[in-house]
Ligand binder design. Structure first.
Ligand SMILES: Cc1cc2nc3c(=O)[nH]c(=O)nc-3n(C[C@H](O)[C@H](O)[C@H](O)COP(=O)(O)OP(=O)(O)OC[C@H]3O[C@@H](n4cnc5c(N)ncnc54)[C@H](O)[C@@H]3O)c2cc1C
Length: 491
């Protein structure tokens, strides 16, 4: 008889692991607290507009190809490469910087601001490329059985990269570039890890290589939620059942095995193997009651920034806006080093805007645009009260209106706001942290909460807070690593 696997959580990590296990002959069921699948990769439909709730693009598109190949399926999605990758508006500059993959074109954008840009960028990106390829298989795409095996793996990475473990991304950029704008733009990748360039280790300059030279950035024809819809079709083909509105609250176990998880209604869910797609650190504390992950311990860990998101449907076509846009002020260092640890919402916020209706017209009624606005803010440890959400949203919308020369407030058809409290409540994100555990050197690889439980031989983890880390392609890798473990342990 087929072994049964129960996956807790229908985020991308849970869906991918469920599919991989089903393809390998497991009988799989998924339980999910939300009313639909996708987790942070979700969708909001309102007043004729469709919004991607979280992710709006991704790197390393080949990881999705790997997933479909693994399952013997043809990739059902059509990916569109972003070109230019994105645009960056500074409050003190009249024109945005368009960030191109083509270095000569990019050099023209920087013009006199950064003399000799192309040569400097080539040197910087060459080093970033070496870090990427020197760690890809040795560190990122592999399981570690112990901290010792992780330490051993680290010794196989060329020693020349070691200083970049201790140096910050900002100080690394300062060694290569002079102008503030260049450093700020190259350091935006730190925010994709949910941190600032001042507390992100320089090794993550590898992300500049992935965006500018390697695979670039992609989105999906029809909207990002097509990824989830495609997964659901495949899961149905493999007879995977999903139960929504079901939240795991408790565990039932012997000393070394889980016997059942128990939901909010007291229902027992049994299986041979369990996979947790909830946060790998918080779940260990809140559901398994592990002292190492008590609230106090969790609070002392490093978490990624929380999202404050606005979904705005507006009348009119916004020709001054590109697909992916960053709106920044002129006090980056001060802003980034302070704002995320205060209890006050930023008065002059920095934010990201995505207008997916530009490439997917079906997402908005004719003559309208759908805007997704993301402002990274302090998590609920630092700012637990979001009763000022409307004021922050108004500040952002007014600032954006001025910068693109279009009165968004007067043309709003629909508006929805998610504060960190909403993000926590919807998907159990710890204290509203948007991307899960941060990626400092003490929280990666063998030092991140492992994807195999320390105590229970039939419990595994997948997703942003276990290895390798956050972001859509990385979570797809996480599903492969978790599946490999399960197949190895339970063959
Ligand atoms: C605003 C925002 C923007 C982002 N933008 C990008 C981007 O542009 N590109 C990119 O690559 N990445 C982006 N990310 C990151 C990306 O969304 C995540 O890394 C990824 O989706 C995480 O997937 P996951 O499977 O680990 O977790 P999740 O998506 O969080 O899924 C976990 C699921 O488990 C469920 N769950 C949790 N606990 C329980 C329980 N006890 N019982 C039952 N169900 C439970 C949750 O409801 C959820 O559905 C963004 C994230 C956010 C928040």
């Amino acid at each position: 008889m087929a072994k049964k696997a129960l996956v807790i959580g229908a985020g991308l990590g849970g869906l991918c692991t469920a599919l991989r296990l089903a393809v390998k002959g497991y009988q799989v069921e998924i339980i999910e607290k939300h009313h639909r699948a996708g987790g942070r990769l979700n969708q909001l439909e309102k007043d004729g507009f469709t919004f991607d709730v979280g992710p709006s693009f991704f790197s390393m598109s080949y990881e999705f190809e790997e997933l479909f190949n693994y399952c013997g399926e043809k990739n059902p999605l059509q990916f569109n490469e972003l070109n230019p990758l994105y645009s960056v508006y500074f409050s003190h500059k009249p024109k945005p910087y368009l960030i191109h993959k083509d270095l000569d074109k990019l050099a023209q954008e920087f013009g006199e601001a950064e003399p000799n840009f192309a040569a400097k960028a080539r040197k910087y990106l060459q080093q970033a490329k070496e870090i990427f390829h020197d760690t890809e298989y040795k560190i990122v795409k592999r399981n570690f059985d112990s901290k010792l095996s992780y330490a051993a793996a680290l010794t196989t990475v060329p020693l020349k990269h070691a200083p970049k473990l201790w140096r910050s991304m900002w100080s690394e950029l300062s060694r290569h570039f002079e102008s503030q704008e260049t450093k700020v733009i190259f350091s935006l990748v730190a925010f994709f890890l949910g941190a600032t360039p001042f507390d992100t280790p320089a090794v993550y300059s590898l992300l500049n290589y992935t965006e500018l030279q390697h695979d670039g950035y992609w989105n999906v024809k029809g909207g990002m939620y097509r990824i989830v819809e495609a997964m659901l079709v495949l899961l149905e083909k493999y007879k995977v059942q999903i139960h929504y509105h079901t939240e795991i609250k408790q565990v039932e176990a012997t000393s070394d095995r889980i016997t059942a998880f128990i939901d909010q209604n007291g229902k027992r869910w049994t299986a041979d193997v369990f996979v947790c797609n909830g946060d790998a650190a918080a779940f260990r504390g809140q559901i398994l009651g592990r002292a190492k992950y008590s609230e106090q311990k969790l609070d002392s860990m490093e978490w990624t920034l929380a999202p404050f998101t606005i979904y705005l449907g507006v009348k009119g076509k916004l020709d001054n806006l590109h697909h992916h846009n960053y709106f920044l002020g002129n006090n980056f260092n001060d802003y980034a080093s302070k704002i995320f640890k205060t209890s006050v919402a930023p008065e002059k916020p920095y934010y990201y805007v995505n207008a997916s209706s530009k490439s997917n017209p079906d997402c908005a009624p004719e003559g309208c645009e759908n805007l997704f606005i993301l402002c990274p803010v302090p998590d609920l440890r630092h700012k637990p009260d979001w009763s000022d959400a409307q004021t922050l949203a108004q500040n952002i919308i007014q600032d954006l209106s001025e910068r693109i020369g279009y009165d968004l407030a007067a043309n709003t058809v629909t508006q929805t706001i998610y504060t960190p409290t909403d993000w926590r409540n919807m998907f159990n994100l710890y204290k509203g942290s948007g991307l899960g555990l941060a990626h400092g050197m003490n929280q990666v690889g063998g030092l991140r909460p492992a994807n195999k439980d320390e105590m229970f031989g039939n419990l595994y983890y997948v997703g942003a807070s276990t290895i390798p880390g956050t972001g859509l392609p990385i979570v797809v890798i996480s599903s492969r690593l978790a599946t490999e473990r399960i197949l190895q342990d339970h063959a």
